[in-house]
Design a binder for this molecule. Structure first.
Ligand SMILES: NC(=O)c1ccc[n+]([C@@H]2O[C@H](COP(=O)([O-])OP(=O)(O)OC[C@H]3O[C@@H](n4cnc5c(N)ncnc54)[C@H](OP(=O)(O)O)[C@@H]3O)[C@@H](O)[C@H]2O)c1
Length: 299
């Protein structure tokens, strides 16, 4: 897997799998057992299969030399499962986790990372992110994260969901410039201005909801013809577009075949005209929360 050098010289794989099992509780084993039993009794086997597809996908990732996986304290039992699955081959995974809003409100920044490390069964993560720029909190949180990097508990530190004004505030008040900014970005919402700012400031963009959750509107665009031309899927063309415009895309799937297909994008190259056409699909349609207008206590 190719890698990109971050502003602190650490390297991140060019594409990343996003793991998210929010229906399960990270700390309550018995509640989870009851949830599984309920799903069995209600014959929801497909749902259960999807919930635990992450196990098979992590095994699949282990067949590559180096793969990136994105998790968070807010993603239910995702950290626990990753820890269990990677414990014998840590060196094969670039692990990203995040400081949740709940922990920012409580001010438990070091405790929260240490708890994540226990769940992930590792001594350090490759990248620690601030999940949301919680007003009145995120600057203090960032300063704590700088200390955690100094202590070697995480190799790089970065942010999520920061707009230019949040990044400017960090630049003005703190010593470390974020290595990455993980933001919503896809053909329906390309965030050009923010991406340009990040590029100018050597902040790597990690694109989440990178396939726009395969929104039906994508099937009425130039992506259809471009995919036909290269004998690829629309998802593969979108992920390839991200890489060529300098993003590290993060995608989620509960299907191993789709995981394999989504990373099979290194045998073709979009032309600059095709890149421009995909850029022009943008209709500023945000599918997730707006960091300048959301209830941080609910995320
Ligand atoms: N930092 C943040 O605040 C933040 C916020 C949101 C997300 N994220 C990260 O980004 C990751 C991805 O985000 P996301 O789940 O919102 O968006 P996404 O990856 O764009 O969309 C996932 C959806 O796309 C479908 N899909 C994937 N590959 C496909 C294919 N080849 N063909 C058809 N459908 C396909 C999946 O369905 P199937 O399961 O059926 O394949 C799933 O429903 C998350 O897991 C998380 O790690 C971060």
């Amino acid at each position: 897997m190719d890698t990109i050098k971050l502003n602190d010289n650490n390297k991140i794989p060019v594409i990343c799998y996003g793991s998210n099992i929010i229906s399960y509780n990270r700390d309550n084993f018995f509640k989870n057992i009851i949830l599984v039993i309920k799903k069995i009794l209600l014959l929801k086997f497909n749902e259960l299969k999807k919930d635990f597809s992450i196990c098979k996908i992590i095994d699949e990732m282990g067949k590559n030399d180096y793969s990136a996986i994105d998790t968070s304290r807010a993603y239910g039992i995702s950290e626990n499962i990753i820890g269990h699955k990677i414990r014998k081959k840590r060196e094969k995974y670039f692990i990203i986790t995040k400081i949740s809003n709940y922990d920012q409100y409580n001010g438990n920044i070091e405790w929260s990372l240490k708890d994540s490390l226990v769940k992930l069964k590792v001594n350090s993560v490759d990248l620690l992110l601030l999940h949301w720029p919680v007003p009145e909190k995120f600057i203090e949180t960032w300063k704590e994260m700088e200390k955690l990097k100094g202590k070697g508990l995480c190799k790089s530190i970065g942010v999520c969901n920061c707009n230019v004004h949040h990044l400017e505030e960090i630049k003005k008040n703190c010593s470390v410039i974020p290595a990455v900014n993980q933001i919503e970005c896809h053909p329906l919402f390309t965030q050009k201005e923010l991406r340009d700012y990040c590029q100018k400031n050597s902040i790597q963009v990690l694109a989440y909801t990178s396939t726009a959750r395969m929104d039906t509107r994508l099937y009425k665009t130039c992506l259809v013809d471009i995919a036909k031309k290269y004998n690829k899927t629309i998802t593969q063309v979108i992920l390839r577009w991200h890489i060529q415009i300098g993003n590290v895309p993060i995608f989620n799937t509960t299907n191993v075949k789709r995981y394999k297909s989504n990373i099979d994008i290194f045998d073709f190259k979009l032309t600059s005209e095709e890149i421009e056409k995909i850029n022009n699909i943008n209709i500023n349609s945000r599918l997730r929360y707006d960091p300048d207008n959301c209830d941080f206590t609910k995320l």
